[in-house]
Design a protein around this ligand. Structure first.
Ligand SMILES: Cc1cc2nc3c(=O)[nH]c(=O)nc-3n(C[C@H](O)[C@H](O)[C@H](O)COP(=O)(O)OP(=O)(O)OC[C@H]3O[C@@H](n4cnc5c(N)ncnc54)[C@H](O)[C@@H]3O)c2cc1C
Length: 458
């Protein structure tokens, strides 16, 4: 414990109620600080949210995690939400194509890295030669160090091509993993981030890539669970409160909300990058421009009948990248809700819902024959323009470390320098790191509490 209630606890302000902000607020409160979390929107969860339409829930985008996402899973435990997710006992992704063609990416019970050799050897969307070359390239990834900065200068696509990967192998194998984890195609990705994903998420440990997903809407998994956990931890949560400035006073840091100053001893700015620049927590607007953004679109189709028993599938030779059965979590009583997740979705982001409904209902019919006789009852499209930064070569140096130029102000978020791509795991790790640094800062010579800042007009 840092403080003593009889004296006064050090005050930590957290700006932004996404996963990074929630993780930071809980960790700071657990560390003995008096914490206020300030969120612009009316709910917590940030980029993990849900919309309600005609009594049903649709997530802003399908979110999955892997068994290697250890901090995210601990975070769910801290929220009391571990029982609201499902985690595969053993990685298995059916891979489907039009015309009933089917294969799968499935791990065996053997230790890493041979746990995937069988899957690659039998992956029927590639020729035997392509499978051999892919296995060699996968073993080549094991020789890369994801912490080696030099890898960030190289594109994963170039690296794959130099290892004899055909266009087909990149499309139906490497993109299957790169698109949902990096939100860019394998060709466009930074080799450093790709190495991180493939090493930590698939190759280093046999069980690392087992996939997990929420059994309930994200608004419940993260938003509502976090609200409860924060309240229990004594964190004050201000919703619908946009911070317009973070300023250093003589004896503390003030956040400005609606013209009012709230005084803190340390502040964690856990907003998206553009907002962090606006608040002065990250100085380089040019770096944020270069970091860029990559969109994700989800097309949620409501069908009058069940057309598949699969919980998830990847698709090749189809516009569908991944499809998830979200019937139960949506609250649909009969029929089926299929959510189609489209990463690096530049080609879809501006297209109308009707147009997308037509294209993807037809595509579902090609993949699941039972859908051909089904009726499309409704289609909801969720679009996130800035779902993640663009995980391209050269982005590593643009991601800030937690400490900022202003003592007592820390920055957090999935876009920060976590070594991970922009994921829930990265967000939680970043939030925890920022809280740790804020607590360490407060444990040092504390610059005195400036209670008078509170509530006073600027
Ligand atoms: C559609 C989609 C699908 C995804 N799929 C996956 C997946 O399958 N697996 C995975 O691991 N990751 C996935 N991600 C990425 C993951 O959701 C994000 O990396 C993570 O949620 C980011 O959390 P964060 O806290 O860093 O940022 P955010 O969630 O962006 O939180 C920032 C918060 O700051 C608030 N804010 C901004 N400005 C202010 C201000 N001035 N004052 C107060 N508050 C402010 C915002 O409202 C927001 O709540 C996906 C993202 C999207 C959009």
């Amino acid at each position: 414990m840092l403080g003593d209630a009889a004296v006064s606890l050090p005050r930590v302000g957290v700006v932004g109620g996404g996963l990074a902000g929630i993780a930071a607020a809980l960790a700071a409160a657990d560390g003995g600080a008096e914490v206020t979390l300030i969120e612009r929107r009316q709910s917590l969860g940030g980029l993990t949210s849900s919309v309600r339409r005609n009594g049903l829930w649709f997530d802003n985008g399908q979110h999955v995690f892997l068994r290697c996402c250890t901090e995210y899973m601990s975070f769910l435990g801290r929220l009391g939400a571990s029982d609201k997710v499902y985690l595969q006992p053993r990685l298995e992704v059916p891979v489907l194509a039009p015309g009933g063609k089917r294969s799968s990416i499935k791990r065996s019970g053997l230790p890493a890295p041979v746990h995937l050799v069988g899957a690659l050897a039998t992956y029927s969307f590639l020729s035997v030669r392509e499978r051999l070359l892919s296995t060699r390239a996968a073993l080549g990834l094991l020789r890369l160090d994801p912490d080696d900065d030099k890898l960030d200068a190289v594109s994963f696509g170039d690296w794959l091509q130099r290892r004899g990967q055909s266009d087909r192998a990149i499309e139906v194998l490497w993109d299957l993993i790169a698109l949902p984890t990096l939100n860019v195609s394998a060709r466009e990705a930074s080799l450093k981030l790709a190495a991180k994903v493939f090493r930590v998420g698939l190759l280093d440990r046999a069980d690392a890539g087992d996939i997990g997903w929420s059994l309930v809407p994200l608004a419940e998994l993260h938003g509502a669970s976090a609200m409860k956990a924060l309240e229990t931890a004594g964190v004050a949560v201000e919703l619908g409160a946009a911070v317009s400035d973070v300023v250093q006073g003589e004896r503390g840091i003030a956040t400005v909300v609606g013209g009012k100053r709230l005084g803190f001893d340390a502040v964690v700015v856990a907003t998206p990058p553009r907002a962090a620049v606006g608040l002065g927590a990250y100085s380089s607007s040019a770096a944020v421009d270069r970091l860029g953004t990559s969109p994700i679109v989800n097309v949620h189709l409501l069908l009058d009948r069940r057309v598949t028993d699969l919980a998830l599938a990847a698709c090749v030779d189809s516009p569908i990248q991944f499809v998830f059965d979200r019937t139960e979590s949506s609250g649909l009583g009969s029929g089926q809700c299929l959510s189609i997740s489209l990463s690096a979705a530049e080609a879809y982001i501006a297209r109308g819902a009707r147009d997308l409904a037509r294209e993807f209902f037809a595509a579902v019919g090609e993949i699941f024959p039972a859908a051909r006789g089904a009726q499309l009852l409704d289609c909801v499209v969720t679009r996130e323009r800035a779902a993640t930064f663009k995980a391209a070569p050269g982005t590593d140096s643009l991601r800030p470390v937690t400490a900022t130029k202003t003592p007592g102000v820390f920055v957090a978020g999935a876009w920060c320098d976590t070594g991970w791509p922009a994921t829930m795991e990265g967000a939680v790790r970043s939030g925890l790191g920022a809280a740790e640094q804020a607590l360490a800062f407060l444990a040092g010579p504390v610059p005195g509490a400036d209670r008078e800042l509170e509530g006073a007009a600027r």
